[in-house]
Design a protein. Sequence first.
Lengths: 103, 152
Amino acid sequence: MLVLTRKTGESLLLGDEIEIRIVRIDGDHVRIGISAPRSIAIVRGELVEEIERETSAAAGGTDRSAVESLSRRLLKKTPQAPGTPEKAPPDEASPANDAAGSR
Amino acid sequence: MLALQAEVKKPKAEVLTMKQKPEIRALPKRVFLKDGLPPLKQACEFLLSMEEQAPPFLRFDCVNLDLSYVLIDPFVILPEYAPEFSDADCAEIDLKSSDKPIVLAIVNFSRGVEQASANLVGPLLIHPVSGKAKQTILMNSNLYSSRFDLIR
């Protein structure tokens, strides 16, 4: 790993399109500004580890009775009273409709 | 019912509600993850199916490994869920802005039924037709939990 020392306000360039600037240093907190094309995903390292841990923990070993039992409990909680919908129809209010379009 | 069936033909958002019948949803049966399901790089191809006996859950069974997951439509458990995906993630599964992706969260039962949770930070983003998919990390990840309790 390349290790460099930078001062506040100084930056690094990664290739032609990515700039990393040290915005502020406050104790053990470093505030970093990143300029990069939108096609580059920028993710906090510990978040990647957290997601991998959760995914690994979720793998297999799920017994049928647990899934079915939770299914019954979730369905019981869903408002099903006929003629008294509490929410707008999903196609109008759904955030999923905007999931890709918002980008 | 007729209205629902008509909507399936259009590339609309795949939103599952408790009241919808699974058989009218157009889910890709096979799902392909180019880079696997991290940290398992070799978990590249899965079969996706409704849990007929346990809605609203879905089964996600790896084709080439002895590996399976339980998934859920995050909008069922959190109607205001509004995930933002990076352009890089959308491009990786050839998702155009006009395409309505399928978004599914992985359910973790490892802490028992009472503590069962869904990962709303790292959902699966699935192309509705090709089945190309990626486990993403949301751009607005700070709004959600990777351990969203299903029993609240």
